[in-house]
Design a protein around this ligand. Structure first.
Ligand SMILES: [Zn+2]
Length: 292
């Protein structure tokens, strides 16, 4: 499942290539992945220009000159590939990022007036693209419930603590993963930031000292920014905007490193346990469970 940095990597690439291009035609082979009335498609998508590509949580928003927005959810295996004079592909790692398109995973194809194409590929068919009036996008049930963006300029340490305290009785890891508390944080960045702040993931939110929550805030923003800079986290065949493989996993300090030494404690191995129903990576020395 892509997390915030992976979807942001897709957004950054599409924002470079799509704005200004006019959509000439759309093809789709999977109606559930493109649940739009044909009248709306003809009136508001075909002929429209892309004005911007935004992201909210793990959802991409392709804004159009018709004041409609194509809301795109990549889900488990979605990816976006732009093919024009240059090529850009990001999202789920598969050969389709670099192969000839469309292929058997292509669900939606947007053809632009200049002959370039955007391919929405999705092996497992859970993803979708929905055309909506731009003003209605914030009214989607999902957007009404989702928490604030952890990298927004107005997202402060105080707000971070307030959001976590809404889940005072749950583990700190479960609170970080709760999309109504914060948007876009998943398993990788929860584990990495908790190791950074030396907090045991099973600690109840209410039992985490204030100073540690402050460190966690800094660490979370650090790992998210680092991952975006490195082009997302996927460790297999991943190609980002510049055709480079995403390299964050090689920078991960605990995630999927069980059995290897903690970077702070040579001789102490990272262990894998289960917290909040998810595989969880910790250093037993850095992150002992606090006595309560
Ligand atoms: Zn350690």
């Amino acid at each position: 499942m892509p997390e915030l940095p992976e979807v942001e990597t897709v957004r950054i690439g599409l924002q470079r290539f799509l704005p200004g291009r006019a959509i000439q035609a759309v093809d789709f082979d999977w109606p559930k992945g493109f649940p739009n009335a044909s009248g709306d498609v003809t009136a508001f998508l075909v002929g429209a220009r892309v004005t911007a590509v935004r992201r909210r949580a793990k959802v991409l928003l392709i804004d159009l000159s018709t004041d409609y927005t194509l809301v795109c959810h990549l889900k488990m295996t979605g990816q976006m590939v732009f093919v024009g004079a240059e090529r850009f592909g990001a999202g789920h790692p598969s050969e389709s990022l670099i192969g000839k398109l469309p292929d058997k995973t292509t669900r939606v194809t947007l053809r632009f007036a200049d002959g370039s194409h955007l391919f929405f590929n999705d092996q497992r068919k859970f993803g979708w693209m929905r055309l909506l009036p731009t003003v209605q996008v914030p009214e989607l049930d999902f957007f009404k419930k989702v928490g604030p963006e952890p990298l927004a300029d107005d997202f402060t340490h105080t707000l971070f603590v307030q959001r976590l305290q809404r889940r005072g009785k749950t583990s700190i890891k479960a609170a970080l993963l709760d999309q109504t508390v914060l948007a876009g944080v998943g398993n990788i960045y929860a584990d990495e930031s908790l190791w950074g702040a030396k907090i045991n993931p099973a600690t109840k939110v209410a039992d985490v000292p204030a100073a540690k929550l402050k460190t966690l805030f800094t660490e979370l923003q650090y790992v998210l920014r680092l991952a975006i800079e490195k082009g997302g986290s996927t460790d297999k065949n991943y190609v980002n905007a510049e055709g480079k493989k995403g390299s964050y996993m090689s920078f991960a300090r605990v995630f999927r490193r069980e059995g290897q030494d903690c970077p702070r404690h040579p001789g102490t191995a990272i262990i894998k346990t289960r917290v909040a129903g998810r595989g969880t990576h910790t250093c037993p020395k850095c992150q002992p469970l606090a006595k309560t």
